[in-house]
Design a protein around this ligand. Structure first.
Ligand SMILES: [Zn+2]
Length: 474
């Protein structure tokens, strides 16, 4: 039972060995060091961004479920062309501008029940570490300067291109280099440090004033936090080249040691089968969807439910299907809570739970196969529903099943156990009681009136053999 994960560098599914030395038991491993390229805080993050952040959350939660410890960083890119242009446009300082969107981003993560990670470094707070990398690269003779900007000399770093298999697609890749920087010795070279332009913020360095290039930010923050080779680096597939390729070049040239053990990349999200774009009218931020009435739980479910190495086709219909999947789970929770039969738990219950956890783990250990993991879970939901329908469970069985579901939800993060006390519970219970009496008295006008009134408030009534249950539509 060990987690295997696809490494973009080797193009193979590999066993995860945190720290690089195999141990007999998961508990003996040092915390898994993870770095995730975070948002550039110039605007609201869109739903495609959140697919990657959702994957990071799934990875983190599954590692913890499996007994690993985590030491996880996700950065905030708070200086680049977009943030600088945004702050100039709005006439505020770069700090004020980026702090606003950073706060919005963290609110969105919370809405989606994405766990906070151990570190959230900001690029602008990591300038010293960037200067350190520049000095190291300079000493190796790989750095050169043109008109106040500093460049990385790729010709002097022979292993450049391993991650993206650059050689095999060098010709077409040429189009993606930064064509604005004509002063470079080689078109492939990338800027480590940029000379200041008028009105732009800048920092002083031994090489003169300027601001960081995007790629060096991540290398610096990783060095600052972890100080050595990290286990997992994640990001969207669009970051493989040039961003991650350049991170490797800088960090390995500067420190002569392996930068990252496992490179893990998340595929694109499509909306309605095509690339999301503002002009196509299929561009959604999280807040757009919530304003349309879609629930964060369903959005979380949908974003998580496809395997990370497959493209995810996001549709509004898909959110509705997620609603239905969640309703099935919600109903199971309510039914399990309703089981009040006395007696001991059956031997079968412990076996079913053992099998659930074993099958889920086996599936997820195979490159975080979440769609398979959800399949295992829904088979279990069906079986438990049958046992409830056949009146075969005692209250003790039910509470063991609830506990098992809650254990899996430490990974899913989308199940509602209905613990939140409803502030209106007393009034709703009274109305439900009044409706029962009205029905008994054959006052169907009143009973329908109450049902419709509650329905307008988003409260659904279910008549069962044990009486009437109500729940809020989520
Ligand atoms: Zn990055």
């Amino acid at each position: 039972m060990t987690l295997k994960i696809y490494n973009t560098m080797s193009r193979k599914v590999e066993e995860l060995i945190p720290g690089g030395v195999r141990k007999d038991d998961v508990s003996e491993y040092p915390p898994v060091t993870i770095y995730a390229c975070g948002p550039t805080v110039y605007s609201f993050a869109h739903i495609g961004n959140f697919r990657t952040f959702m994957f990071n959350d799934l990875l983190r939660r599954y590692l913890k479920f499996s007994g690993y410890k985590t030491n996880h960083a996700m950065n905030i890119t708070d200086v680049d062309d977009k943030t600088i242009n945004g702050s100039l446009r709005d006439g505020v300082t770069l700090k004020d501008y980026t702090e606003k969107y950073t706060a919005i981003f963290f609110e969105d993560l919370k809405t989606l029940n994405i766990e906070p990670v151990e570190h959230n470094p900001k690029a602008t707070e990591s300038i010293d570490e960037m200067i350190n990398i520049l000095k190291q690269i300079d000493q190796k003779g790989i750095l050169y300067s043109r008109e106040g900007s500093l460049y990385f000399n790729i010709a002097k770093f022979p292993s450049y291109g391993r991650l993206s298999c650059l050689e095999s697609r060098e010709t077409k890749a040429g189009a993606r280099y930064d064509a604005d920087e004509y002063d470079k010795d080689d078109v492939r070279d990338f800027a480590l440090w940029k000379a200041p332009k008028e009105n732009e913020p800048f920092w002083e360095t031994p090489y003169g004033p300027g601001r960081p290039g995007w790629h060096i930010e991540c290398s610096a923050m990783i060095r600052k936090i972890f100080g050595k080779t990290i286990d997992i680096h994640t990001g969207g597939v669009d970051l493989i080249f040039p961003h991650h390729e350049n991170e490797i070049a800088q960090s390995e040239a500067a420190y002569d040691e392996q930068f990252v053990r496992y490179w893990v990349h998340v595929e694109h999200l499509l909306v309605d089968g095509t690339k999301m774009s503002k002009s196509a009218g299929n561009f959604y931020t999280l807040r757009d969807l919530i304003a349309k009435g879609y629930s964060p739980r369903s959005i979380r479910y949908l974003l998580m439910s496809a395997h990370y190495r497959k493209q995810l086709n996001f549709t509004l219909d898909g959110i509705k299907q997620a609603d239905q999947a969640l309703e099935r789970i919600d109903n199971l929770i309510v039914r399990l809570k309703d089981v009040k039969k006395a007696g001991e738990a059956g031997a079968e219950t412990a076996d079913m739970i053992k099998k659930l956890i074993a099958d889920f783990t086996e599936t997820m250990d195979n490159d975080l196969n979440i769609s398979g993991g959800l399949g295992v879970f829904f088979d279990f939901v069906t079986k438990v529903n049958t046992l409830i329908a056949e009146d075969k469970l005692t209250e003790k069985d039910a509470s063991m099943f609830l506990e098992a579901v809650s254990r899996l939800d430490s990974v899913f993060g989308f199940i509602s156990f209905g613990e939140e006390e409803d502030v209106d519970a007393e009034r709703i219970n009274a109305l439900v009681e009044e409706r029962i009496q009205a029905k008994k008295n054959k006052d169907f006008r009143r009973s329908d009136e109450i049902r419709d009134m509650l329905k307008d408030e988003g409260i659904i009534l279910e008549d069962t053999k044990d009486g009437t249950r109500w729940k809020r539509k989520k």
